[in-house]
Design a protein around this ligand. Structure first.
Ligand SMILES: NC(=O)c1ccc[n+]([C@@H]2O[C@H](COP(=O)([O-])OP(=O)(O)OC[C@H]3O[C@@H](n4cnc5c(N)ncnc54)[C@H](OP(=O)(O)O)[C@@H]3O)[C@@H](O)[C@H]2O)c1
Length: 336
């Protein structure tokens, strides 16, 4: 085992887009393992838009303190254990942070879960991670798509969006994805088989929704907020369900968002709009993992993963979520 623990610590609170300079690379000794604790070696770090919020302010979790290791979920191997619940060799996911090694007593803000045997570590952060689970519960519990429904998904070539869109397709819905750029739109129709895709960077989103979903959206799964949310709210079918999963287009804004101006459409269409946090569904994770794993094994669901190489690349990999460079789940490979 290396005796050095590299850590990315938060140096400053971001203004707008997070910058590499907001972090500092530090080296510390690997912590000693005391009774009731276990030491993990991080293998892959997860990049999540919510980290932008953690860098700046208290949200559903307290802000990361300046000088602290950047909070992040990761997939890791237990390398030393003096804890009765964990054995050396276990593959676990938890909020172990941007560092090579982390000491844990098994508690913490986010539940630690052991990956089912035979699961590849990246899958623990994508299909079975926060994004896959959010897609599963947000789409099925709140969106509840029925066969023949028109379903619209934003950030559809991202991790949550691509899985949510495919789940709606599995349920027999006609699914239209929104993404930035021709390459992503082509991937949505040709690789994961959506009915159509809208390139919000070059096309008129409102006009294209009318064309592609002439009866309106029965479900809109929102990952981005802002103008795209407003465009979708303008085209709701009667009894539509709007799933508020995320609002990434607003995360770097310095002012609170105004709008959506047309929320009255929710009344006019007898529609519902509901937000959720994936942690609301912690007790039902085994059910989701079973379904998602089965659909992937049957070839009905593609789990697209985008890997950045090396611990040093973590801040740049996080930025890719906001520039839209990632296709599918953005992770960072730090060790084998
Ligand atoms: N509620 C929950 O518990 C929960 C859990 C996990 C994630 N989320 C939310 O789900 C959303 C997706 O997260 P993810 O981890 O799966 O990330 P992701 O979709 O894999 O990556 C983010 C994507 O957002 C798009 N994007 C970035 N800036 C944008 C903008 N200004 N306008 C429109 N699109 C923009 C980019 O795609 P394009 O190239 O298409 O622009 C980018 O690829 C986020 O809002 C996140 O906060 C919520």
């Amino acid at each position: 085992m290396t005796q050095t623990n590299r850590q990315w610590v938060l140096k400053s609170r971001p203004e707008g887009m997070p910058r590499r300079d907001d972090f500092e690379l530090r080296e510390q000794p690997v912590p000693a393992v005391t009774d009731g604790h276990f030491l993990v070696r991080n293998l892959y770090l997860s990049c999540d838009p919510t980290q932008r919020g953690w860098m700046e302010r208290d949200t559903y979790a307290p802000a990361v303190a300046i000088g602290d290791v950047m909070r992040a979920v990761s997939a890791a191997r237990v390398v030393v254990s003096k804890h009765p619940g964990y054995r050396e060799g276990d593959l676990v996911c938890g909020a172990f942070g941007w560092q090579d090694y982390a000491l844990s007593d098994g508690s913490g803000l986010f539940p630690i879960f052991k990956l089912p045997s035979g699961t590849a570590a990246p899958t623990g952060l994508s299909l079975f991670g926060i994004t896959g689970l959010s897609a599963y519960f947000g789409m099925l519990d709140i969106g509840a798509p029925q066969a023949g429904d028109g379903v619209l998904v934003s950030a559809a070539a991202g991790s949550t969006g691509s899985i949510a869109a495919q789940i709606a397709k599995i349920r027999g819905a006609r699914v239209v994805g929104i993404a930035g750029g021709a390459r992503k739109c082509q991937w949505l129709t040709e690789e994961i088989g959506l009915a159509a895709a809208i390139d919000y960077r070059s096309e008129n989103v409102r006009g294209r929704i009318v064309e592609l979903l002439p009866k309106g959206c029965d479900v809109y799964f929102d990952n981005v907020g802002g103008d795209i949310l407003e465009a979708a709210l303008g085209r709701l079918a009667r009894h539509a369900r709007v799933v508020l999963c995320g609002a990434i287009s607003t995360y770097n804004d310095r002012e609170a968002a105004t709008g959506p101006r047309n929320y009255v459409n929710l009344i006019l269409r007898s529609a519902t709009m509901r937000g959720f946090l994936v942690f609301d569904y912690a007790a039902r994770i085994p059910e989701a993992v079973a379904d998602l794993g089965r659909w992937a094994a049957e070839g009905k669901l593609k789990d697209q993963i985008d890997v950045a190489e090396g611990f040093e690349s973590a801040p740049d990999a996080l930025r890719r979520l906001f520039t839209g460079e990632n296709l599918g789940k953005q992770i960072v490979h730090v060790a084998d």
